[in-house]
Design a protein around this ligand. Structure first.
Ligand code: TMP
Length: 212
């Protein structure tokens, strides 16, 4: 008998929202319920997409315009899905992903002003109608997030070096996406300590994806 398909959960949010910590916590919680999972990330998550990631996260802020960035993110996303995500889901493994298509809409769309229709067309060309089963948006004020991110970052400073008003548009973008698709998305207040955030996420996953 073939295993049932795994679920695809994405965590989204601005810089320094705590996604990495929460992904590890969520995987522990899934494992305790007998659910096999992998963690992955975008841009990246496959050898090809990790090579594209370096082009995106290093160098000067004006290295690419919004359209080129969106093309690179979707090129990486297509490879990531083909090489990592789809095979895992097909094998019954759940996939917990740090960022996905909502980041393109928030950063390249709301942040850089690329129009929504172009991004939707790009999505269709690159990955068809593929969507997460559940998206958790970790929300916190821009200044708090940038301060957390600055404390830990090495060479990957390209996006953080963009102006604060860019990050404000990104934050508003994630909240607008969540409001437009409430059945797929849930917003979690990420200003609280990691335990409180993890408990919220576990409750959302339990309720929406039918785990106890
Ligand atoms: P990370 O810091 O969460 O690893 O993500 C790297 C940067 O890439 C982050 O600043 C957000 C940005 N990004 C986009 O601009 N568009 C996208 O589609 C994705 C996935 C990430």
């Amino acid at each position: 008998m073939s295993p049932s398909r795994g679920r695809f959960i994405t965590l989204e949010g601005g810089e320094g929202a705590g996604k990495t910590t929460q992904i590890a916590r969520l995987r522990d919680w899934l494992e305790a319920r007998g659910v096999r999972s992998i963690a992955t990330r975008e841009p990246g998550g496959s050898p090809g997409a990790e090579a594209i990631r370096k082009l995106l996260v290093e160098g000067a802020a004006d290295r690419w315009d919004g359209t080129t960035e969106a093309l690179l993110h979707y090129a990486a996303r297509r490879d990531h899905l083909r090489a990592t995500v789809r095979p895992a889901l097909a094998a019954g493994t759940w996939v917990v992903c740090d960022r996905f298509a909502d980041s393109t809409l928030a950063y390249q769309g709301f942040g850089h002003g690329l129009d929504r229709d172009s991004i939707a067309r790009l999505h269709l060309v690159a990955i068809g109608d593929f969507r997460p089963d559940l998206t958790v948006m970790l929300d916190l004020p821009v200044a708090a997030g940038l301060a957390r991110a600055a404390a830990r970052r090495g060479a990957e400073t390209r996006y953080e070096s963009l102006a604060a008003d860019f990050h404000e548009r990104v934050r508003a973008g994630f909240l607008a996406i969540a409001a437009a698709e409430p059945e797929r998305c849930a917003v979690v207040d990420a200003t609280r300590d990691a335990d409180a955030v993890a408990a919220d996420i576990a409750q959302i996953v339990a309720r929406r994806l039918g785990l106890t």
